[in-house]
Ligand binder design. Structure first.
Ligand code: GLU
Length: 309
């Protein structure tokens, strides 16, 4: 067994035994049923070695992790013009906060808080029907993970639609400032559905590989984005990927990462590995509690923090 394999198995065992698991998100009713004892970890290194631990083949709702991929698509579509519609500063506020939007005239702080991701979804939607935009996002995920079986969990999307009052408020508020081009219902329909994409840790780690290797999948040689763009997406993941817990994540884990309220985290060790972890219980900032602890253990044991040490 390689060192990576041993470390991943060790961490999965340790996490299974921990009693502290955080609280499963219940504002999306479908997510409230998920077993808080689930835990999965998948790591794929530069040589394509895949190390898996726990429930690494169980699909979960990727939720806000999808925002890394919608950001990639929107940048591909409009390039740096995207930054006229959304900022790239940490918000220091919860994922669904509305407070900064009034002061900043409807321009969301960054593409990873809900308001920012809704603005990014609007960019992808322009010139398309919602169904086509959603198809483009789903096909992108399938292509990156090299797995056409990846789908959207429509029960999760419908459940979020029923209780999406805050996201509706955010979108209507931005619309009132003229920041969104498309009808709010269309944008939210696409947004709720891309958040409801279901993937396993294994699939997610594969999908994130281009970010670890300067925009290219090292196994296929296919380029997804230019190196400069991959570097910048990683920078935004580091500073904004965990909402108001981004500082703590950088301090403890030391990798660019993006969390979702489904309990998943995608983390990137540049030049080294793409990592996906899943544990459904969340901490007070809405980030996976054990996911973060597992990633801290992984970066410590593998020496992968981008800050050295
Ligand atoms: N779909 C979720 C929402 O809009 C995403 C939140 C998250 O994963 O952080 O509330």
């Amino acid at each position: 067994m390689s060192k990576l394999d041993c470390v991943v198995k060790e961490i999965a065992d340790e996490m299974r035994q921990r009693p502290d698991r955080g609280a499963v998100a219940d504002y999306i009713a479908e997510l409230a049923h998920i077993d808080p004892k689930a835990f999965g970890l998948a790591v794929i290194d530069a040589d394509g070695e895949l190390a898996c631990g726990g429930d690494c083949d169980t699909s979960f709702s990727i939720q806000s992790i999808s925002k890394v991929f919608t950001l990639t698509l929107a940048l591909g579509k409009v390039g740096d013009r995207l930054w006229q519609r959304v900022g790239r500063e940490p918000s220091g506020s919860p994922f669904n906060s509305i407070v900064q939007l009034e002061r900043e005239r409807g321009i969301p702080r960054n593409p990873f808080i809900n308001a920012g991701a809704i603005a990014v979804t609007d960019v992808i939607l322009s010139g398309h029907q919602p169904r086509e935009a959603l198809g483009e996002i789903l096909r992108f995920m399938q292509f990156l993970a090299d797995d056409p079986s990846i789908t959207i969990d429509s029960a999760v999307a419908a459940s979020e639609d029923r209780t999406g009052f805050r996201n509706r408020a955010l979108a209507n508020y931005m619309k009132s400032f003229g920041v969104l081009e498309n009808p709010v219902d269309f944008i939210l329909g696409v947004y709720f559905h891309h958040c409801a994409i279901a993937m396993s840790c294994r699939q997610l780690a594969l999908a994130g590989r281009f970010l670890a290797h300067q925009g290219r999948n090292p196994s296929t040689g296919l380029s997804v984005v230019q190196p400069e763009r991959a570097r910048r997406i990683n920078a935004i993941m580091l500073t904004c990927g965990h909402y108001d817990g981004s500082g703590e994540f950088a301090y403890r884990v030391g990798l660019p990462g993006k969390s979702g309220v489904g309990g998943g985290i995608l983390a990137i060790a540049p030049g080294k590995a793409s990592v996906a972890v899943w544990s459904p219980g969340l901490d007070a900032s809405g980030n996976s509690h054990l996911g973060r602890i597992a990633l801290e253990a992984l970066t410590n044991r593998m020496g992968w923090s981008i800050f050295g040490g």
